[in-house]
Design a protein. Structure first.
Length: 523
């Protein structure tokens, strides 16, 4: 009997001990996820408005170490997803802003939209991290991880119409590394960022740390010198001087379509168009932001004549237009001197759930439509891939709002003399969205070697030279105009010629080479 009692007690203690271990293991199982989210949040500080690229690198290094410490590729993928979740939640915090324009209706959706968007984009980082740990193991993860995440970032820019906003390449717009963008593109800069983070982490866990430090210093220093030399080279001015005027009416989104304010904002834009320039300067081209004209283009003939009569300059303005069907377009219109419409560009890359809703005809019956769509179930997409001939100002590549985040779209239209973007960044709030959108514009300018001119409703309107440097700008939340001479262009850059194809081939070669090596060793 005592033996049986002792046996029963032993079983009871062992069972409870196992239960205790499982309870204790629960928090330990989740701490890498929480740490990964924290590392991602730190990494997001590399973006505007903070611009703390050092913390951006530190966060990515910490995330890399968590992935490296994972017990399996599946665990590594989970750690990579957690890193991406924190990173995208911190970077894209402005995504809550459209829901807060009418908070009484949509405000409750804001946190869910941010979390679901960040979690969805983080899947690319999670899958890439799991793949990297599988093909590279811990020993060669420093090479596999940047390559796999580079491919993941390229996919993120294309899957489900793509959303390549917020890549780590955007950390560097205020540093000499911006000078590398004409060769690498934004994604290539991101791959170099991942590589620097992974190699930097080797200083803590890798062999021959002194050698690793030397390699890191030489590589980063060399890249910085190359970038700085490129940025320091002057850009030749245009053969024919052209002064552009950017109009910034500063219409807050909550008031933009309010009937009590529509005429006020329109008159403000007209007054700014005809205002005398400093020193008697008369602009050659006046640019209004996205959807500044509050009427359909088809119904705005009297207003167009009034605008044209206000200035001798050519006018480009943002407007909505309709076609039979009915179909509605988010457009850019060029006015002739008599106020007639000389040319029209229709936005081709629309914002899902912003300007149109997938299965919109069905969902519209339930009251679900795009935030920025004023008519019907949303906008129709234009054909895209066209240049605007603006006479003395040359051929401009037209972009409306977030079309600027897709470098492949810019390459399809052919070589322009400059890039013209009209946008309404009032949708993005005032904290980080407009600043990040400006950083993306600077990257596009540096990638393509073209001046970039952006007119933004609430700011930040700016003229950017072909090196990605800001020539002049209007501050966020300020009404006014900006007269600036259009900068000159560079010759076609390496990236403008080839895009990401060489980067894709290089990254695939790294991943396939490591996978083949792993298979050989396993066999």
């Amino acid at each position: 009997m005592p033996i049986r009692a002792a046996s029963s007690a032993c079983v009871f203690v062992c069972q409870n001990q196992g239960m205790t271990e499982r309870v204790r293991a629960g928090p330990r199982r989740w701490w890498p996820v929480l740490a990964g989210v924290g590392a991602g949040l730190v990494a997001s500080l590399g973006h505007a408005p903070f611009g703390l690229w050092t913390l951006g690198l530190v966060g990515l290094m910490a995330g890399y170490l968590l992935i490296r410490a994972a017990a399996s590729p599946r665990r590594g993928g989970l750690a990579g997803w957690a890193l991406g979740l924190g990173y995208f939640a911190g970077t894209l915090n402005w995504l809550t802003s459209p829901f807060l324009v009418e908070p009484e209706i949509y405000g409750w959706m804001a946190p869910f939209a941010l979390v679901f968007m960040a979690g969805g984009l983080a899947l690319f980082w999670g899958a890439a991290s799991g793949l990297a740990l599988w093909v590279g193991g811990r020993k060669r993860l420093w090479l596999a991880w940047p390559a796999a995440l580079g491919l993941g970032e390229l996919l993120r820019g294309h899957v489900f119409t793509g959303f390549p906003w917020g890549g780590p390449g955007e950390f560097w717009v205020d540093t000499p590394f911006l000078g590398l963008a004409g060769w690498t593109g934004a994604t290539g800069l991101g791959v170099l960022t991942f590589l620097a983070a992974a190699w930097g982490a080797r200083l803590f866990v890798g062999p021959r740390r002194a050698l690793s430090l030397l390699v890191l210093v030489v590589a980063v220093g060399g890249a910085m010198v190359l970038g700085a030399r490129n940025l320091a080279r002057e850009v030749a001015p245009r053969a024919e001087a052209v002064v552009v005027r950017l109009i910034q009416p500063n219409a807050p989104q909550r008031l933009k379509w309010n009937p009590d304010y529509i005429e006020l904002f329109l008159q403000r834009a007209i007054d700014l168009t005809g205002a005398p320039g400093a020193g008697g300067v008369v602009p050659d081209l006046v640019i209004w932001p996205e959807t500044t004209l509050p009427y359909l283009l088809n119904e705005a003939e009297p207003v167009l004549r009034e605008i044209a009569a206000t200035t001798p300059a050519q006018v480009v303005l943002g407007v909505q237009r309709a076609e039979a069907g009915p179909r509605y377009f988010n457009s850019m219109a060029v006015l002739a001197p008599d106020g007639s419409v000389a040319a029209v560009y229709d936005k081709a890359h629309l914002v899902p759930f912003g300007e149109y809703t997938p299965f919109g005809g069905l969902l519209y019956r339930f009251g679900i439509r795009g935030f920025a769509a004023q008519y019907g179930a949303g906008y129709s997409a234009g054909e895209g891939g066209a240049l605007l001939d603006l006479g003395r100002a040359g051929k401009a590549l037209p972009l409306i709002c977030y079309e600027a985040i897709f470098p492949d779209d810019l390459r399809r239209a052919g070589r322009a003399d400059w890039i013209l973007q009209i946008t309404n960044d009032a949708w993005f709030g005032t904290f980080s969205g407009p600043q990040q959108h400006l950083a993306i514009a600077r990257l596009r300018a540096a990638e393509f070697g073209l001046p970039f001119v952006r007119a933004a409703n609430t700011g930040i309107s700016a003229v950017i030279d072909a090196r990605g440097r800001i020539v002049a700008s209007l501050a966020l939340g300020e009404a006014g105009f900006l007269d600036v001479a259009l900068p000159g262009a560079l010759g076609e850059t390496f990236y403008a010629k080839h895009g990401d194809i060489i980067l894709i081939l290089l990254l695939l070669a790294v991943i396939l080479g490591l996978a083949r090596r792993r298979q050989t060793i396993s066999g």
